[in-house]
Design a protein around this ligand. Structure first.
Ligand code: ATP
Ligand code: MG
Length: 423
């Protein structure tokens, strides 16, 4: 007999089915016993009675929560139940018993601290809330790829082990690489630029490592980024692409994940966009009495932008040159670099890049970086490199903001932070 998924039970009324899944609850009403079973598609109430075969009627009480069982039964209409039908069990058998007690409660009836849930992430993944978050994240990933293919971009994969820091600035993890020391990449910046200068429009889902010691609710030491790079484009052009991309993904999540959003209590709207120069933001914050560093947005300023422009992707552009990395194109006294703020937090940094080797050398020197370490990178622009621009969008940051999660660790399956390397 072939397995039936719980979502397909409605098409099998009156028929005998084989179900496989996890037990979320057992209820004992002396003459009958209810087993609530779930699989990846939903849950269902099933009813055992004295004639049930396999696990004997009395032993059903001993089936521990989260155990995996299979059962054969007949689907019967049952208008009073919240499903509208139920399964009358013919036989039950155990596939894999769960040990007791469960260290965390996936039924969410009692709240377990996030640290403990992450210690037992494999069990936390039995919880509907956790599953819903990652079902939605899967749709975000799918949406990104669909949008990019539709946009005519091609997907590439780029190296994570690098010989020298690609950006300067942030701390990198070092690794032993045979006789040499290598680094784990904090971004694919330089590679995606090389790709744009040959293949024109590319994207990648890149894992980035940062050895930053801070422990915040918005940073991980290992995170995933949606990266996009386009030739013959400037900052304005790729901001437009980002808006369309985010709108596409949000729309897709709203359409494909209605049930999950509702279960998480999340109401989504497709965001609009707003363009503000860095100078304008400084003015606004001055009026609001919010302090800001000269060349960067403070967390408080980002939050304020979220309040002033709800449900909007706010582009802060014409960023002061000093506040952006060496590879960002100068523009008067400012730069063609930007940040995108959504729901009060940075989701993306991007901009037009420097494609002229001479100017690149100048910019590296201005940042006090060693030209020798960037030789290959500089050389890559010597043989026909067009102007180009791009951005990087943090997947976990984006998921966290979309779903209103209060900690980015909720938006990554197996977080790597200052203290956590396992599971
Ligand atoms: P922030 O100012 O928020 O620390 P950043 O400017 O250092 O971010 P970028 O280098 O611009 O980050 O990276 C691009 C995007 O990747 C960010 O906008 C954010 O969405 C995400 N991101 C950056 N650092 C982290 C991190 N440590 N953990 C999770 N996501 C991150
Ligand atoms: Mg940034």
């Amino acid at each position: 007999m072939e397995r039936t998924l719980i979502k397909d039970l409605k098409d099998n009324i009156g028929k005998e089915v084989l179900l496989k899944g996890w037990v979320s609850e057992i209820r004992n009403l002396s003459k009958v016993k209810f087993i609530i079973l779930y699989d990846r598609t939903g849950d269902i109430q099933s009813v055992a009675n004295k004639t049930t075969e396999g696990v004997s009627f009395n032993a059903i009480d001993d089936i521990s929560k989260e155990s995996v069982i299979e059962l054969i039964g007949t689907v019967k209409e049952h208008p009073e139940s919240r499903w509208g039908f139920e399964v009358l069990i013919k036989s039950v058998s155990m596939i894999a018993a769960a040990e007791t007690p469960l260290p965390v409660d996936p039924s969410e009836k009692s709240q377990t601290h996030i640290d403990k849930r992450l210690d037992y992430r494999f069990l936390d993944l039995h919880s509907k809330r956790t599953q819903n978050i990652f079902k939605i994240q899967s749709t975000i990933l799918q949406g990104f790829r669909e949008f990019m293919y539709q946009e005519g971009a091609m997907e590439v994969t780029l190296p994570s082990i690098i010989g020298a820091s690609s950006e300067g600035g942030t701390d990198l993890f070092t690794i032993k690489y045979f006789e040499k020391q290598a680094l784990l990449s904090q971004s694919c910046q330089l590679y995606k630029q090389m790709l744009a200068c040959s293949m024109e429009k590319i994207f990648t889902v890149f894992t980035a490592w940062r050895a930053e010691k801070h422990n915040t609710v918005r940073h991980l030491n290992e995170s995933r980024q949606f990266d996009y790079e386009e030739a013959f484009a400037d900052d304005k052009r790729v901001m437009t692409v980002l808006t369309q991309c985010v709108q596409f993904i949000v729309k897709k999540v709203m359409e494909d994940r209605k049930k999950e959003l509702e279960s998480l209590g999340v109401e989504l709207q497709v965001p609009g966009e707003e363009y503000l120069t860095f100078e304008k933001v400084q003015e606004i914050m001055k009026k609001e009495g919010i302090e800001m560093p000269a060349h960067d947005l403070s967390g408080e300023a980002e939050k304020k932008l979220g309040v002033l422009y709800p449900n909007t992707i706010v582009y802060v552009h014409d960023w002061p040159l000093e506040g952006k990395p060496f590879y960002i194109m100068p523009h008067g006294k400012n730069s063609k670099g930007f940040d995108a703020i959504w729901k009060g937090m940075e989701i993306t940094s991007g901009g037009q890049r420097v494609h002229d080797p001479k100017l690149l050398e100048e910019r590296l020197k201005a940042h006090g970086l060693d030209l020798a370490a960037f030789k290959d990178y500089i050389n890559s622009f010597r043989y026909g490199a067009p102007p180009h621009a791009g951005w990087g969008l943090g997947l976990e940051r984006f998921t966290m903001l979309m779903l209103g999660l209060d900690n980015i660790r909720e938006a990554v399956l197996f977080p790597r932070d200052r203290d956590r390397l396992t599971p």
